[in-house]
Write a new protein. Structure first.
Length: 225
């Protein structure tokens, strides 16, 4: 799937974020980011490291806007170090941050996150839900749109709430989102609850009652006369 490029903006791409990380990110050209994606995916594939394209680039691959300043891959925990070594062997600067749920590589100014403990997701279920899509003529596993939305909303905390990026993604992909399932998965997340209320008021998301009624209704109705 090929999507026209839009002007990039520096929005967090999924997973956990901190306010400092969001403020310090440098926005690279989206064309350059896509080139990094092609190279990294090829190197990982050649090394037999399975991965899922995640975050806002996954949303873009499904028809969303180009609103991302870094690149996210989900890898299995057992493959995390191997994936980092592969990228390092091809000249990327590598980093093992103290957070413990990801490792990082840098292709110049472009940050590549290798996430082995995605926020709000089970890794194996993430792989199972991913679809194989052609992204810039390269076949790869792409994160399910519901998982993209979940990770974005799970990333927020009291000191960092920015709905601008996730709203643009949801607006573009709203017909692909399983709203009842996403609501259920985020039922205990206060930031998600606030986001859904805003999205409903803007006409982006269906009302909760309508969405739940639609999923609970039988697909076949039998009437008698």
């Amino acid at each position: 799937m090929r999507i026209g490029l839009l002007t990039p903006a520096a929005y967090p791409c999924g997973g956990r974020v901190s306010q400092a990380q969001a403020m310090d990110q440098e926005t690279a050209s989206f064309d350059d980011l896509l080139e990094t994606m092609k190279h990294c995916s090829a190197w990982l594939r050649e090394a037999d490291v399975d991965f899922v394209l995640a975050g806002s680039v996954a949303a873009w691959a499904r028809g969303g806007p180009a609103v991302c300043s870094d690149l996210d891959f989900v890898v299995r925990p057992a493959d995390s170090e191997r994936a980092l070594e592969v990228l390092g062997a091809h000249g990327l600067r590598t980093e093992r941050p103290p957070e413990g749920w990801l490792v990082k590589a840098y292709d110049g100014d472009i940050l590549v996150d290798l996430i082995h403990d995605p926020n709000g997701l089970d890794v194996e279920e993430t792989f199972a839900r991913a679809d194989t899509l052609s992204v810039m003529s390269v076949d790869m596993h792409v994160m399910a749109v519901d998982d993209v939305v979940v990770t974005k909303l799970e990333a927020f905390e009291e000191h960092y709430i920015d709905f601008v990026g996730v709203l643009s993604v949801v607006r573009a992909l709203r017909e692909q989102i399983d709203w009842p399932q996403v609501r259920r998965r985020l039922a205990d997340n206060p930031f998600a609850i606030g986001f859904f209320a805003m999205a409903e008021a803007l006409g982006v998301a269906p009302g909760q009652r309508a969405a739940l009624r639609r999923v609970d209704e039988p697909r076949i109705r039998v009437t008698t006369t």
